[in-house]
Design a protein around this ligand. Structure first.
Ligand code: Q9C
Ligand code: ZN
Length: 357
């Protein structure tokens, strides 16, 4: 298993998020990656490789141009506005959390000139602070996922893991949330498709999302496309974040009809039940016959996760990895969520070991 990781994630160290109606310390912390790294360093068959720079224009095939401009420039503009209003907070301390959101069913959406309104235009929640280093960290995470794709595509390895944060699967074409700003799995899939198309007209990639939360961003991005199959096992959105997407009636649209498989599950789901849904996801992927597999991996299905609701146990993740390996596909794993600092390292390690067998 090749592992790609970068230290740039440290630049995004958010302090507070909105949770249950109050500001609480962030769950999505640099320490998450440090703990996993320490664990993988001690795990057999993990080969760490340096992240090489690559052209990043593929990002514009997935995300909206104005949205990318927003991510890149909002922090200094927000700080300037604070200063103009007499708030001289040090930019390093400033975290952007919007408070007003885009209204549904507009006939024409207008991006506000106010930075406060602009953040709400692009955001889907109040849990995803934009810090001074958020964009740089997200971009480094995307680059890690793209490096993993290149390594697998060039057959240097059968499996590669991008160990990074912030996560990506809640970021859609032009919106952010759920701690995610750029959708690394989606960009990696597009990068893989671009590489495959240099050699063949046939190019299909599957994305399997096993984070506890539904990958709403990934679903939205590929919803009408026939070249990417998206399967997700997650907490039912009727009771779990992100609440508005992830229902089983969402099967894709137009050319993408039948290319989206949602497997929502009840609160308290243990591995034995989870496994049956995972098998259905794997059947769907197998029928699609993709050239490669991208896994959005979250450790937040674990019973100890502080913000989720399933009951998987540490040993179950080896079985999960093993089951997915039965697809026998070139595989790229991208790190998504997982917030229990106590079990994070061993869960990721067991999963990857299960995957390589
Ligand atoms: N009561 C990922 O795991 N807050 N994002 C949820 C639930 C946002 C999780 C609050 C959770 C986002 C990548
Ligand atoms: Zn999650």
């Amino acid at each position: 298993m090749w592992v790609f990781t970068s230290e740039v994630h440290q630049d995004h160290a958010p302090r507070t998020e909105f949770f249950r109606g109050t500001l609480v310390p962030c769950f999505e912390l640099p320490l998450r990656i440090d703990l996993i790294k320490a664990h993988l360093n001690l795990t057999e068959s993990m080969d760490f490789h340096a992240v090489e720079p690559l052209a990043l224009d593929v990002i514009s095939q997935i995300h909206d141009g104005r949205y990318l401009e927003f991510l890149q420039t909002i922090h200094p503009r927000w700080c300037k506005q604070l200063e103009a209003e007499g708030d001289p907070t040090d930019p390093k301390e400033v975290e952007i959390l919007p408070h007003t959101f885009l209204t549904r069913h507009l006939d024409r959406e207008v991006v506000p000139t106010s930075v406060y309104g602009e953040a709400g235009y692009y955001a889907m929640d109040t849990a995803s602070p934009i810090t001074v280093g958020a964009f740089a960290a997200a971009r480094a995470a995307t680059l890690g996922a793209m490096n993993a794709v290149e390594a697998v595509y060039q057959e240097k390895t059968r499996n590669a893991f991008s160990l990074s944060r912030p996560p990506g699967h809640h970021a859609a074409h032009d919106s952010y949330g759920g701690y995610c700003f750029l959708n690394h799995a989606a960009i990696a899939a597009q990068h893989w498709l671009n590489l495959l198309r240099q050699r063949s007209t046939e190019a299909r990639i599957a994305i399997l999302d096993v984070d506890f939360h539904h990958g709403n961003g990934t679903q939205q991005i590929f919803y009408q496309r026939p070249d990417v199959y998206f399967a997700s096992v997650h907490g039912d959105p009727r009771w779990a974040y992100p609440y508005f997407l992830g229902h089983d009636h969402q099967t894709g649209r137009g050319e993408g009809e039948g290319m989206n498989l949602n497997l929502p599950l009840p609160a308290g789901t243990p591995w034995n039940d989870y496994r049956e849904s995972l098998k259905k996801a794997l059947q769907g992927i197998h029928r699609f016959a993709p050239h490669g597999l991208i896994i959005s991996f979250g450790a937040d299905t674990h019973e100890e996760d502080p913000i989720s609701g399933f009951r998987l146990q540490t040993d179950d993740y080896a079985a999960m990895g093993n089951l997915i390996a039965s697809l026998r596909l070139p595989t790229v794993v991208v790190m998504e969520g997982g917030y229990s600092l106590g079990i994070l390292g061993s869960v990721v390690s067991r999963f990857l070991q299960g995957l390589v067998g």
